[in-house]
Design a protein around this ligand. Structure first.
Ligand code: HEM
Ligand SMILES: [Ca+2]
Ligand SMILES: [Ca+2]
Length: 288
């Protein structure tokens, strides 16, 4: 049973301590907020929000850090370690790392221009990780829409508003060429690029990510406002400027129920923010 007041007696300053570390990290790394909210998402989708993602390999643990979606991709662990260390100085042994991830996610959205909300706290950290479950549960950018929906349903979210609103987190942060380059030249063995990709953006991405080139080159997920948390992600989808297949198909899958939701969020940022907060809170209370 999570509560906003969970640390009121035992660590009343926890949010300020984390905020201090976050603001400091932001000064040298504008991307850190995006990286941190992604850690919270990748934690919650595997065994619930229990900080299992943070555990390193041991004799008995196969880390989630090296799962398909996280390996050479998830980042920000050093900042989480600094947050935990700072919290330990003031309230040793009290605050869970799963709560630190949830708080950091909310503050990252707020610091980037998005909404703020009241964090529900009191998660317990797990002593086990599950790499195969991470491989299974974390959505692939190449997956069809039906598969993305199912992965959200599997963790107690829905494949409509939750999927579309939370995908809106791609309003900031970066992605590597290897996560979208299948769209650029010979899409699904058609001999042509993905027809749902805007041709101007296509040309730019072909230059950035040539065939046989370096798959770890980075580009912005939201090419309009790359570091601001806003609804431009959705207006981009309307003009076929989503970066990942999993982004664009929310709008470009014929007959999909997600199209109307994209259109609503594109036209009304307040509606997006409200749904986003609601879905983040529900994702954040998922626990096994
Ligand atoms: C719907 C299914 C989703 C898929 C298939 C997906 C896939 C991806 C991929 C492939 C990347 C780029 C990783 C890299 O190149 O290293 C990425 C980045 C990111 N994702 Fe997602 N994602 C999904 C949902 C979400 C959700 C629900 C959130 C948060 C609520 C989120 C937040 C982010 C952020 C902020 C980044 C940028 C991270 C950074 O710059 O370090 N994503 N995602
Ligand atoms: Ca977890
Ligand atoms: Ca943006």
């Amino acid at each position: 049973q999570l509560s906003p007041n969970f640390y009121d007696q035992t660590c009343p300053g926890v949010q300020y301590i984390i905020f201090g570390v976050l603001v400091d990290a932001f000064r040298t790394d504008i991307r850190i907020g995006a990286s941190l909210i992604r850690l919270h998402f990748h934690d919650c989708f595997v065994q619930g929000c229990d900080a299992s993602l943070l555990l390193d390999n041991t004799a008995t643990i196969l880390s989630e850090k090296e799962s398909l979606a996280n390996n050479n991709s998830a980042r920000g662990f050093d900042v989480v370690d600094r947050m935990k260390a700072a919290v330990e100085i003031f309230c040793p042994g009290v605050v869970s790392c799963a709560d630190i991830l949830a708080i950091a996610a909310e503050q990252s959205v707020f610091l980037s221009g998005g909404p703020s909300w009241t964090n529900l706290l009191g998660r317990r950290d797990s002593r086990t990780a599950n790499r195969s479950l991470a491989d299974q549960n974390l959505p692939s950018p190449f997956a069809p829409l039906s598969d993305l929906k199912q992965k959200f349903i599997n963790v107690g979210l829905n494949g409509g508003v939750d999927l579309v609103a939370l995908s809106g987190a791609h309003t900031f942060g970066r992605a590597q060429c290897r996560t979208f380059s299948t769209r650029l030249f010979n899409f699904n063995s058609t001999g042509s690029p993905d027809p749902t990709l805007n041709t101007t953006l296509l040309t730019a991405l072909q230059q950035l990510c040539p065939q046989g080139g370096n798959g770890s080159v980075l580009t912005n997920l939201d090419l309009t406002t790359p570091d601001t948390f806003d609804n431009k992600y959705f207006t981009n989808l309307q003009i076929h400027k989503g970066l990942l297949i999993s982004d664009q198909e929310l709008f470009s899958t014929p007959g999909a129920d997600t199209i109307a939701i994209v259109n609503r969020f594109a036209g009304n940022q307040t509606a997006f923010f409200e749904s986003f907060v609601n879905s983040m809170i529900r994702m954040g209370i998922y626990y096994l």
